[in-house]
Design a protein around this ligand. Structure first.
Ligand SMILES: CC(C)(COP(=O)(O)OP(=O)(O)OC[C@H]1O[C@@H](n2cnc3c(N)ncnc32)[C@H](O)[C@@H]1OP(=O)(O)O)[C@@H](O)C(=O)NCCC(=O)NCCS
Length: 315
């Protein structure tokens, strides 16, 4: 007979690396099998990043069964990003709700303006839970992917431009600042220190796949790729307005993935806002295909407008 879980034995406590890391890794790997960053990498990346970071664990009969984390969004210091995971055997037991309540109380005290949750596309349970706190579906991010050997990586650089590995990271940061504002995802460029943490200082940094397009010696476009468990994640491409629609984004991405393939990366993926036609077109021209179900729902709310958890029905 199955053990009957007594909900009174549920405990929500601060994450304690020494005690909880192993449990966290197990749960993380179970619920995010498609994530290309390892659980250890996730913790390491979070703790070497600047900004706010808080994680709580749910323990049932002393055994870890879930986690909830809030941290400053690396792309937007005005936003706190929340993730929550409960191992499959412990679901529908109020664990998720208890974790969400605990993390929401922490978020409600934060000075940032927004709270954002990324959900796997199709996760209706997560969506309903986020909605009960006042978050609303704000954007859908589509995932495109392909085996690097199958992609069309032959696009040639237009005349008068050169494509080379980025050397001047200050200039690259400026290109992110100048282009990200046109991405319909409505993200804010990270500061320079955070930008370096996401790129040159990231353990998955692939030097020859981080490329710049130069016009008369000036950097006018970039593409950024990092390795995640042997896969290449193209996580940002931007071309300054005056140099758009000249195939630069397509060329940059093709060359970046080509270099990654030469270094043994067999699969590449990229996420894009569902309304970003130019980037979607470029992905399609490279032969990348939409991975249905691996995209994300972005839910968001103003922290000041979150529903009071004490008034939230307990199920
Ligand atoms: C997305 C972006 C990088 C595209 O750069 P680009 O150098 O203009 O792209 P390309 O020239 O390679 O064009 C790619 C495709 O988009 C099309 N395109 C370009 N501008 C377009 C526009 N304004 N509207 C519709 N389609 C457009 C191109 O025609 C091409 O498709 P086609 O071959 O079928 O004609 C650029 O618009 C940008 O920097 N946007 C802001 C940042 C951003 O959103 N980055 C994506 C993060 S995932």
């Amino acid at each position: 007979m199955d053990n009957v879980r007594n909900p009174m034995s549920l405990e929500i406590a601060e994450f304690d690396q020494a005690r909880d890391l192993e449990t966290f890794v197990r749960i993380y790997n179970q619920i995010y099998p498609h994530m290309q960053i390892s659980a250890q990498g996730w913790i390491a990346a979070a703790s070497h990043r600047s900004g706010f970071w808080r994680m709580v664990m749910a323990r049932q009969d002393g055994v870890g069964v879930g986690f909830a984390r809030a941290m400053t969004d690396s792309y937007d210091p005005s936003t706190v990003e929340v993730s929550l995971g409960v191992e499959s055997a412990s679901r529908q037991n109020g664990v998720g709700k208890a974790l969400a309540n605990a993390i929401e109380r922490a978020v409600a005290e934060r000075p940032e303006r927004y709270v954002r949750v990324f959900l796997r596309e199709g996760n209706e349970v997560g969506k309903a839970m986020a909605e009960s706190y006042g978050l609303r579906l704000y954007a859908t991010r589509l995932r495109f992917e392909g085996e690097t050997q199958d992609l069309v990586l032959t696009a040639s650089t237009p005349p008068n431009y050169r494509v080379e590995p980025i050397k001047d990271w200050r200039a690259a940061h400026e290109v992110v600042r100048l282009t990200l504002r046109d991405d319909p995802d409505d993200l804010v460029a990270p500061d320079y220190k955070t930008f370096r943490e996401l790129t040159v200082d990231d353990p998955g940094f692939v030097e020859r796949s981080n490329l710049g397009a130069y016009y008369k010696g000036k950097l006018v476009g970039i593409t950024l790729l990092r390795a995640r468990n042997g896969q290449g994640e193209v996580f940002y491409t931007g071309v300054v307005p005056r140099h758009r629609a000249k195939t630069l984004a397509t060329v940059l991405k093709a060359r970046s993935i080509f270099e990654a393939r030469r270094q043994g990366i067999t699969n590449a993926y990229t996420d894009v806002h569902s309304g970003n036609t130019p980037m979607i077109r470029a992905n399609e021209k490279l032969g990348m295909k939409r991975a249905v179900g691996l995209g994300q729902w972005v839910m968001r709310a103003e922290i000041a407008g979150l529903n009071d958890v004490r008034k939230t029905p307990s199920q």
